[in-house]
Design a protein around this ligand. Structure first.
Ligand SMILES: Nc1ncnc2c1ncn2[C@@H]1O[C@H](COP(=O)(O)OP(=O)(O)OP(=O)(O)O)[C@@H](O)[C@H]1O
Length: 237
């Protein structure tokens, strides 16, 4: 579905956000990107989404409509305060004719009954639910998630992770999830890519062989977590 070949992002002045990234995503695959701060994860997502076009290398997608290939979601919901929830979902994507679909998606993300509420009246979790619905409205073939739950409390985070699982199951959306949360990556993803360094590079990857839904805190996931910590140099011998 997505092939990234020798992609680098060099900023003005010569500083690199990340260098020589090779990556491929199969249709329906959920891939996580873990890495220490500053290794270029957000820059990579901006490049993939088309928000940043100043990159070197090649990005190929098999999406039917390249203009609607990517749905993007950020750490913060980025809702417009003067629009209510359904308007944010519809106008945020420029799809004025999709009000009915927006209402369906609000049901999917658990916002039924809150369609006419304004962002100031939503909790952080509800606002991120609206952002999920907005990112799905264009029916993206590839979903790019940039630390989508890192600003939420632990319980809301787990609820929204489970919501994502339902969405993966229902829509089979190919997904790239940038996160700092190792447990989140291992709970949700088929494969976890580990980036390191400045400029960042892909150092290794770990395949999660367990079927979804997985049990949180499962001993197999705990073992994989140790492997990830080792890759990131966070284990003490
Ligand atoms: N517009 C820019 N101009 C120059 N350097 C930039 C620019 N944007 C990002 N960088 C640099 O590129 C590197 C990667 O930044 P990026 O935000 O992608 O890292 P990250 O892995 O997402 O970090 P974090 O986990 O802290 O969000 C950093 O060193 C950052 O300072």
């Amino acid at each position: 579905m997505l092939a990234v070949e020798k992609v680098s992002r060099i900023f003005q002045g010569g500083k690199a956000g990340f260098k020589n990234v090779n990556l491929s995503l199969e249709k329906g695959e959920v891939v996580g990107v873990l890495g220490t701060s500053g290794c270029g994860k957000s820059t990579l997502l901006r490049v993939l989404s088309g928000l940043d076009e100043n990159f070197e290398g090649e990005i190929k997608t098999e999406a039917n409509d390249p203009n609607q290939a990517f749905g993007m979601m950020f750490q913060e919901p980025r809702l417009m305060p003067w629009l209510n929830v359904w308007e944010n979902i519809v106008f945020g994507t420029g799809k004025k004719d999709k009000k009915q679909e927006a209402f369906e998606l609000m049901k999917t993300v658990g916002l039924e009954g809150f369609e006419n509420h304004y962002p100031k009246d939503l909790s952080g979790g509800m606002a991120q639910r609206a952002a999920i619905a907005r990112s799905l409205l264009i029916r993206p073939e590839i979903l790019l998630l940039d630390e989508p739950f890192s600003a939420l409390d632990a319980f809301t985070k787990m609820q929204l992770q489970d919501l994502l699982l339902d969405i993966f199951e229902k829509h089979q959306t190919t997904t790239l999830l940038v996160t700092h949360d190792i447990d989140e990556a291992l709970y949700l993803c088929d494969r976890v890519i580990i980036m390191r360094g400045q400029p960042g590079r892909i150092e290794s990857q770990i395949t999660v062989e367990a079927k979804r839904p997985r049990k949180r805190g499962d001993s197999y996931l705990a073992e994989l977590k140790q492997d990830v910590l080792k890759e990131l140099d966070f284990t003490k011998e």
